[in-house]
Design a binder for this molecule. Structure first.
Ligand code: CA2
Length: 149
């Protein structure tokens, strides 16, 4: 069994409570429950976190360096601005999968750019909350490949 960190950036605590036409009706608690269930099914465990503070996300990435087989991250607005999160992810060796609920490529130029994609093994966007589950499968797939399964 391995540990997978699922990290969420600012305002994602409002998921399901505002702008359902963009971000859907699932709350972050729903996403956490579904991720935990899938991880169990795949034989892994998750640590699921959300913060509105950049430094907390960076601290969790550092913690993941000690123990995690991969990171699934939706950096939310920090996607478009954060060199600090990119630097932290660059110091994390196992696979990182970047997730966005909405399709950021349908947005304006600022929202189309991701500062973290350069370090990601994969990027999933526009698939709604199901993107988190696809990303978890991606990390599990890499883990199995490393274990020669
Ligand atoms: O589509 C995504 O997952 C985003 O990462 C969401 C971010 C946005 O800045 C990115 O460009 C794309 C915004 C998260 C805000 O979350 C809310 C959720 C519900 C209601 C209001 C905000």
């Amino acid at each position: 069994m391995s540990l997978i960190f699922v990290l969420n950036g600012p305002n994602l605590n409002l998921l399901g409570k505002r702008q359902p036409e963009i971000y859907g009706r699932e709350t972050l608690a729903d996403v956490e429950r579904d991720c935990a269930a899938l991880a169990r099914e795949l034989g892994h465990a998750i640590r699921f976190h959300q913060s509105n503070r950049e430094y907390e996300i960076i601290d969790w990435i550092h913690e993941a360096r000690e123990s995690a087989a991969g990171i699934v991250i939706n950096p939310a607005a920090f996607t478009h601005t954060s060199v600090a999160i990119l630097d932290a992810l660059n110091a994390f060796e196992p696979p990182v999968i970047e997730v966005h609920i909405s399709n950021i490529h349908q947005r304006d130029e600022q929202h189309r750019h991701s500062s973290v994609s350069a370090t990601a093994k994969g990027v999933i966007c526009g698939m709604g909350a199901a993107g988190y589950l696809l990303a978890l499968r991606g990390v599990a797939m890499c883990w199995d490949a490393c274990a020669g399964k």
